[in-house]
Design a protein around this ligand. Structure first.
Ligand code: LLP
Length: 442
């Protein structure tokens, strides 16, 4: 069994080039910083395609697998295009994600709409654009979606999102599968939901069950347990209602390596556990092999991304820490402030220089909590040096904000020594473009 790219801190193409600089996708990161400015999100296409292949190879022994990329990790039109080319469908959670994926030209039949409080306008858009599956989260959504599908003269293919009651050991905010969760039907409510679908909601077609147990998961046993619960429930619905449901969606969650302390399993290991558990459960509960959907987000995109920052001011607290501030921070990467997330970094213009100091990398936003990395060993880092923070592809841009009215950074895609802008840097005029001054103030 081999490794996969989610087990690496750096993108697969990261190297030190002949100038002694860090290069990614064959592009010198110092050239990227001067051409496009900083902060800059850099996304390595080869890393994305490598992990897609890892996933496909890992699950190849099971005939009926559908891979859906969880767009919430990073949703842009170029990223959607790459994932669609790799044969992935999409898990989307908002009109914005639906629209982005649609505009990138994806096959909307391979899109699944998730979310615990989808609005009428979002459900309407999803029906209009032909989204293939709705993962229905609650009783209100069942009746709403049925009404909307009826008025559009359509039948919506649905999965029921269930809460499997599994605790996984990740940050509390990103656990979703435990019993006291805002997501999904409790297992005790599934029969009632199914009765309603069968007897009252004739514009809904139930295809199967969906669950998601959390994110940044390193354990494998939780997937084993989740699958057993889903398959057992399929068998129960067959026995009780004679329903032959043939789809299970187990969500996403596979972790990545942010620092040396993290040891995520490979896609091969996780696939092994999932498929073994699936085959055992199929046998144990006597059902036909269902189509398996998986929805990875972070593990697909995180490692491909790095963020380049320019170092600015620094401060040595007498008898205390040394801070070096960079030109970005919590608005382009909320994860350290929000979850206490840890990251690895290097000085991109001297990645191999001796590490001489322990520094704390501070962001530029007006908040003491805006610290990107606490106490990291680095070479001398001063004004004008370029800091590369690794593993920022997932949940960085997608959770970014304009806090302090700072424009969002640009994103470039690198591959084979070529770099292309895939998200333009916001301008000051972009920032005020939605502002209006009422006439009475003029
Ligand atoms: N499917 C569903 C239904 C989900 O809710 C999620 C993530 C995924 C798939 C993808 O999970 P992944 O493979 O990316 O772990 N903002 C947090 C992560 C929140 C994840 C929410 N749901 C963070 O920055 O760590």
């Amino acid at each position: 069994m081999s490794g996969s790219t989610n087990q690496s801190i750096k993108p697969v193409t990261a190297k030190v080039n002949q100038n002694g600089n860090l290069s990614i996708g064959g592009c010198d990161t110092i050239d990227l910083a001067s051409k496009y400015g900083t902060p800059l999100y850099v996304l390595d296409e080869a890393t994305i395609r490598t992990i897609c292949k890892d996933y496909k190879d890992a699950f190849a022994s099971y005939a009926k697998v559908n891979m859906m990329y969880a767009s919430k990790a990073l949703c842009t039109m170029a990223v959607s295009k790459i994932l669609a080319e790799e044969g992935f469908g999409f898990d989307v959670v908002s009109a914005g994600e639906i629209y982005t994926v649609y505009k990138s030209g994806a096959d909307m039949n391979k899109v699944l709409f998730n979310g615990n409080n989808k609005t009428v306008s979002e459900l309407t858009l999803a029906l209009e654009l032909g989204v293939g599956r709705f993962s229905v989260d609650n009783f209100l959504e069942l009746s709403l979606l049925n009404e909307l599908a009826k008025s559009a003269d359509k039948t919506a293919d649905i999965l029921l999102r269930i809460t499997p009651g599994i605790e996984c050991h990740t940050h509390e905010y990103i656990q979703t599968g435990h019993l006291d969760s805002k997501f999904g039907f409790d297992l005790t409510q599934v029969d009632e939901a199914v009765e309603l679908i069968l007897n009252e909601y004739s514009n809904l077609k139930l295809r199967g069950l969906h669950a998601h147990i959390g994110s940044q998961i390193f354990e494998t046993q939780v997937y084993h347990d989740e699958i057993e619960i889903l398959v057992k429930e399929l068998a129960h619905l067959d026995e009780k209602f004679g329903l032959k449901l043939d789809e299970i969606n187990i969500g996403g969650g596979l972790g990545v390596k942010y620092t040396d302390k993290d040891c995520p399993p490979s896609t091969y290991k996780i696939a092994d556990v999932i498929l073994k558990s699936l085959n055992e459960s199929i046998e144990k509960y006597g059902i036909e092999p269902p189509t398996l959907y998986i929805e990875p987000g972070r593990s697909i995109i995180s490692t491909s991304g790095v963020t380049l920052y320019t170092a600015g001011s620094s401060k040595q607290v007498p008898h205390g820490k040394k801070y070096v501030a960079v030109d970005g921070g919590m608005a382009d990467n909320a994860r350290p402030a929000m979850y206490g997330a840890e990251y690895s970094a290097c000085v991109a213009n001297k990645p191999e220089a001796e590490t001489l100091q322990t520094v704390t990398i501070a962001g530029r936003f007006c908040e003491s909590g805006d610290i990107l990395i606490r106490e990291i060993s680095l070479p001398e880092l001063g004004e004008g040096d370029i800091l590369c923070v690794y593993n920022t592809g997932a949940y960085n841009y997608s959770m970014s904000s304009n806090y302090n009215r700072v424009p969002k950074p640009a994103m470039v895609l690198v591959n084979n020594s070529q770099s292309d802008i895939i998200i333009e840097r916001e301008t000051l005029d972009d920032l005020i473009s939605h502002d209006r001054i009422p006439d009475r103030l003029k």
